[in-house]
Structures are given as structure tokens and as C-alpha cells.
Design a protein around this ligand. Structure first.
Ligand code: NAD
Length: 427
């Protein structure tokens, strides 16, 4: 067995701990700790130079007891089936914690879009659908964009599916562009969802966003919209960080009076990398990569990568910090969790804090199936309601049972999926 980090093993370990806590029976454990279905296939593609290249594709459906599987499709050169299995498992828990009627799935193709023309990417996307079109669909399994795929890939996939099945099926897939079946509010949904949960968590401590200070890691889709709404609600974000492609390091950019999202966006590349010279000219201090974590603030928002709050960095968290809202997936390691728990810092775990994205994808699917689209205000109001209700349920359980917030969220998700599997008579 390889000693390298294996995301699926970690997902199973997390599950096993909560299964013990819930005293789940053997059959339920066996069902929920493994994906129910996996599809592995080859996608032969005619390349621009006339040669044929064969790509490996996957779709993993972890559990669909509560509704059709839901989850993204990655195009990535280092994709592995175990990563896809882990992500599919986490999608099941994420959909369950926000109580949307969907299960968990994930897919991928081993390829590097940096080295593929748009035509080649289109043929891979269409080829992926041809191999899997019998087992996906609006009532079976609903894919979405993920790493290195976007709305254009989703439209090619939808078009291929509609050609095969004859008809219009916009509910097949989410993340479509607005006007082509996409939902208003989707772009900002994940970041805004993070802030809705921050608002609720601060309230439980007798605080509010107005007058609070925050620091965020990353300046991509999640971070930009989280920072934007946090400041709109009267808070101040003193620092954000981003990856510098030229220097191959990350930097933290700080302005004590608060960062300006529109200004930073205007000097960022499409990957969320902030131009350091232009930032300096605008009066931002440039600090080292991990400086975001040691700022004297009330709230930390890790919103870049996994494994960022770890044994090396956790002790740099300033004593003032009361709340960590995990915008990224898996930003905190189990060792760091122990320190955070001991210090009594409140954690809004990733699969709750960043569930705004999948919740809005669910809204997109509902609108697509109805072929009737809501206003942005309607989408965001419904999103706020869902995120607030999910937060309150997790908070109440953590108080009642004296559980760490991450464990409370897992208990709710796993119980819901276990109950659905029982009610169906599967276990
Ligand atoms: P993104 O690619 O838009 O942005 C990532 C940001 O992180 C960029 O600003 C980049 O410069 C920065 N970054 C990269 N490496 C860094 C480093 N070492 N140090 C500091 N900053 C670094 O990504 P995103 O969509 O904002 O996603 C961020 C995280 O949130 C990921 O973990 C993702 O899985 C998770 N997430 C995203 C969504 C969504 O809807 N976009 C939903 C749920 C979870």
C-alpha cells in the first residue's frame, strides 16, 4: 500500500468515527462507507493532428437513497479513482447536511486541458457523455462543473445527451450559462453561503458581522464573494492571499482599513492570482503566504486549498480568532482540529460552510426541470433560508450533545442517509 495521502481512505476514516458514534449496524456501515456504483470507461478521441488518443473516464455514484446523485466532473491529469470516490462520498454528506433531495456523485477524465484545443476538449466532453448516457439523467445523476471544466463543457455534454435521447433535458446538468438553463446567483452562491453561516455563528456568540474583522486565504470564486458580502454587511476583511504564478509562491495582501474586492478583482488574473506590483501601487502590504492565518481578526475564512490549517500553521492563529468558516474543501487537518477544539474556536465545517454552491445547483436543476427561471433575489433568499436552517440544525445538535461542530454536522448527514436507506428497505 502506498504511503501517500489517499482522500478516499480519509473519507472512510471520517465515516467510521461517526458510524461508531451512531452505533450503525454492519449492513448500513458497509453500504455507506463505499460507493454504490462506479463506472470506468475509455474515451477514444480524434485529435486535431488526426491521431487517436484514448482517455480514461470515471463516474462514481456514492449513494442516491435521498435523490439523484449530484456532483462535478473534473478534467485533471492527476485524477485518480480514489479521489473521485472520496469526492462523491463528501457530496452525499454535503447534500444531506443542507437537506436537499440529492445524493452524492463525482466524475472525471484523466487529461490536461492546458494541452488540449477547445475542439479536443469538446470531443472529450461529448465522448464522456456517450459512454455514460444510460446512467446519468435529470432523475438519475446530475453532473456539474468542477476543476478545469466550466459552463461550456456542460453545454456540450447537455447537447450530446439531448442528441442521444431526443428532446430537451436542461435538468441533466448544472453550471450552465445563464440564458442557457443556468441559474442567476450561482456564481456568488458558494461565497455568499459561507457568509450566511458566519452571520449565524457570530449571532450564537452575541456578535454580528458589522464591526467584525476577518482574514481570508485565496481570492478565487469562493473568497471573492465571501469577502464582498462580509463587507457589504458591515464587516472588514483586512487580508486575502493568492498564488503568484510567476514567483511560484503565495502572498498575503493586507490593508488594515479593509480590502476592496472590485479593485483587487481588476488586478487579478482569471485564476484569482493578484498582481503584486499593482497591489503595492494601490497601497496593499505584501506579506508571506501564511500571514493571512495570524491576523488579529475575529473570523478566518480559508478559501483556497486543502491541508492549510495544519500542525505547522495552527499555532499561528491569533488569540482573537473566534470562528473559522471553511470555504475550501478539507482546509483543516485532524491534528489542527484537536488544537482548534482545545482552544474553543468555533468551526463551520467545509461541507456545511461551502454547501451554497451545490444548493444553488439544486435550484438550477429545479428551475431547468420546470423550464421557468427565478430572479436573483428569489434564488439568494432561498439560498439564505437553506443555509441558515442547516447551520441552526448543526449548531443545536452540537450544543445539545456537546459535540465538536464538525462531528455534529457528520452525525446529521450520516443519520439522514442511513434513515433514507432504511426506509427504502436497503438495510
Ligand atoms: P479558484 O480556483 O477560483 O480560486 C482559488 C484561489 O486560491 C485563487 O485566488 C488562487 O490564487 C488561490 N491559491 C491557490 N493556491 C494558493 C496558496 N497556496 N495559497 C494561497 N492562495 C492560493 O477556486 P474556488 O472555486 O474559489 O475554490 C476554492 C476552494 O473552495 C476549493 O477547495 C474548492 O474545492 C472549494 N469549493 C468551491 C466551490 C465553488 O462553487 N467554487 C464550492 C464548494 C467548495
Amino acid at each position: 500500500m502506498s504511503k501517500t495521502f489517499n482522500a478516499f481512505q480519509m473519507a472512510q476514516q471520517q465515516f467510521d468515527q461517526v458510524a461508531d458514534l451512531l452505533d450503525l449496524d454492519h449492513g448500513t456501515r458497509e453500504l455507506l462507507r463505499n460507493p454504490m456504483r462506479e463506472f470506468h470507461f475509455l474515451i477514444p478521441v480524434r485529435m486535431d493532428d488526426g491521431s487517436v488518443q484514448v482517455f480514461r473516464g470515471f463516474r462514481v455514484q456514492h449513494n442516491d437513497a435521498r435523490g439523484p446523485s449530484k456532483g462535478g466532473i473534473r478534467f485533471h491529469p492527476h485524477e485518480t479513482v480514489d479521489t473521485v470516490r472520496a469526492l462523491a462520498t463528501w457530496m452525499t454528506w454535503k447534500c444531506a447536511v443542507v437537506d436537499i433531495p440529492l445524493g452524492g456523485g463525482k466524475g472525471g477524465v484523466i487529461c490536461d486541458p492546458h494541452n488540449l484545443s477547445l475542439g479536443e476538449q469538446e470531443r472529450i466532453a461529448r465522448g464522456w457523455v456517450r459512454q455514460i448516457s444510460k446512467v446519468i439523467g435529470p432523475l438519475k445523476d446530475v453532473p456539474a462543473p468542477d476543476v478545469m471544466t466550466n459552463g461550456q463543457h456542460m453545454l456540450w455534454m447537455m447537447d450530446e445527451y439531448e442528441t442521444i435521447h431526443g428532446g430537451h433535458f436542461p435538468g441533466l446538468i448544472t453550471g450552465k450559462p445563464v440564458g442557457m438553463g443556468g441559474s442567476l446567483g450561482r456564481t456568488e452562491a458558494t461565497g455568499y453561503g459561507v457568509v450566511y453561516t458566519i452571520r449565524e455563528a457570530l449571532q450564537t456568540m452575541g456578535m454580528e458581522i458589522k464591526g467584525s474583522l476577518a482574514s481570508a486565504q485565496g481570492f478565487g470564486n469562493v473568497s471573492q464573494y465571501a469577502v464582498e458580502l462580509f463587507q457589504e454587511l458591515g464587516g472588514t476583511v483586512v487580508a486575502v492571499s493568492s498564488w503568484d504564478q510567476h514567483d511560484q509562491v503565495a502572498y498575503t495582501f493586507r490593508r488594515m482599513s479593509g480590502v476592496n474586492v472590485a479593485e483587487l478583482r481588476s488586478i487579478s488574473d482569471r485564476f484569482g492570482g493578484i498582481d503584486k506590483e499593482k497591489a503595492a501601487a494601490l497601497g496593499y502590504e505584501r506579506l508571506e503566504a501564511n500571514a493571512w492565518i495570524e491576523q488579529e481578526v475575529d473570523v478566518l475564512i480559508p478559501a483556497a486549498l486543502e491541508n492549510q490549517i495544519n500542525a505547522d500553521t495552527v499555532n499561528r492563529i491569533h488569540p482573537r480568532v473566534k470562528l473559522i468558516a471553511e470555504g475550501a474543501n478539507g482546509p483543516t487537518t485532524p491534528e489542527a482540529d484537536e488544537v482548534i477544539k482545545a482552544r474553543g474556536i468555533y468551526v463551520i465545517p467545509d461541507f456545511l460552510a461551502n454547501a451554497g454552491g451545490v444548493t444553488c445547483s439544486y435550484f438550477e436543476q429545479v428551475q431547468s426541470n420546470m423550464n421557468y427561471y427565478w430572479s436573483r433575489e428569489e434564488v439568494l433568499t432561498k439560498l439564505d433560508d437553506k443555509m441558515t436552517a442547516a447551520f441552526q440544525a448543526v449548531h443545536a445538535l452540537s450544543v445539545e450533545k456537546e459535540l465538536y461542530q464538525r462531528d455534529a454536522a457528520y452525525v446529521i448527514s450520516i443519520s439522514r442517509v442511513a434513515d433514507a436507506s432504511k426506509m427504502r428497505g436497503w438495510v
